[in-house]
Design a binder for this molecule. Sequence first.
Ligand SMILES: [Zn+2]
Ligand SMILES: [Zn+2]
Length: 141
Amino acid sequence: MKGRQIAGLVIGLIMIFLGIGAYFSGEPSSQTTEGRIAIGFVMLLGLMAILGAVSEPSKKPAQAPQTVTTVQTVQTVVEPLPPPPPDMLAGAKCTACGREVQADFVACPFCGNSLKAKCPSCGKQVQPEFVACPYCGKALR
Ligand SMILES: [Zn+2]
Ligand SMILES: [Zn+2]
């Protein structure tokens, strides 16, 4: 027996004896539920100390064989980012300055060019670069 085991046994026995002694001491504090729980806890700790001391030698040789953890190379499949959703509003270009503007812009925010012209004859929307209204044939320039 090793010193540690003996110490564990002694500590456990002392704790159990202390618990028994406290239980039968007749002290009012030990007769309450809390006191009994505390005594039971102390005795349980003592029991665990004894069990730990006794079972220690059998634990150490029973070391789990080193499981060779096969380091699986986690194949992080770097999926290519999906193409950004086609922005239906972007892509239009100002006919005057050539800068990109949103398709629903009425006027170019950069140069003030009118991007959405209306046919003065039929009122339908026409592109500013149209020379004639495609709906009514009115010459726009
Ligand atoms: Zn512009
Ligand atoms: Zn028209």
